[in-house]
Design a protein around this ligand. Sequence first.
Ligand SMILES: [Cu+2]
Length: 120
Amino acid sequence: MRTVLVLALASAAAVLLAVSSGVDDSSGQEVRATVHTVKMKGNNTFEPAEVKVKVGDQVKWVGEGGTHTATADDQTNLKKSFNTGTVKMGQEAIINCNNAGTFLYHCEFHGPMKGKIVVE
Ligand SMILES: [Cu+2]
């Protein structure tokens, strides 16, 4: 059974809305977020290590081997931080990219395991 963890950069309510029913823009049309998948590999790498997304898109980490986290380097900034917690093989974690910027992240278990999200 797959476990999906849903996390938010800013608002938990916004994430749940986005995941379950899309996001309504001001015109009332439903806008689907583009989901960018990053694999968490058994060799302790994120693949791809860098993703470029647009505001409103989502990044989904998929555990393909080992046990990892995707933890923002800037976790002291509550507005921007994210942390998937532990993602094991077969599990997934999703965040909403609500803020533009460059977000460096790492795995809490493997120091050299680093990634980057550029939100435009
Ligand atoms: Cu790791």
